[in-house]
Design a protein around this ligand. Structure first.
Ligand code: ZN
Length: 110
């Protein structure tokens, strides 16, 4: 099998902010903002990456927390799974990086 396939991150169009990589946390750090949006425990939610097809619990992906935004990345291929911005009382969610997000109604957020 030829290894000439373009890596999924090359198609993402959003260069990763490498300079800020030292702010890398795990997905549990994003539990607060996710809990403000979804009525379920989202660190237990399973996200399927659109870049590589891997499914990870959101609590185990890589999280980057910025002043007004949160970015969750696939730990396997670095694709941005979820982008959350909270600006002037309004949430902006970019979920393009996920093929699928599944969570259980049995796990309400705390
Ligand atoms: Zn991936």
């Amino acid at each position: 099998m030829p290894s000439t396939d373009m890596p999924p991150t090359e198609m993402n169009g959003n260069p990763p902010p490498r300079e800020s990589a030292d702010q890398h946390l795990d997905g549990n750090a994003a539990g607060g903002v996710l809990g403000a949006i979804f009525p379920f425990e989202m660190t237990m939610a399973m996200a399927t990456c659109s870049g590589c097809g891997t499914t990870n619990p959101l609590g185990a992906v890589m999280a980057y927390i910025y002043g007004m935004g949160t970015i969750l990345r696939c730990p396997t291929c670095d694709t941005v799974l979820i982008r959350i911005a909270h600006i002037r009382g309004r949430y902006y969610l970019d979920l393009r990086g996920m093929q699928l997000l599944q969570f259980s109604e049995e796990t309400p957020s705390a």
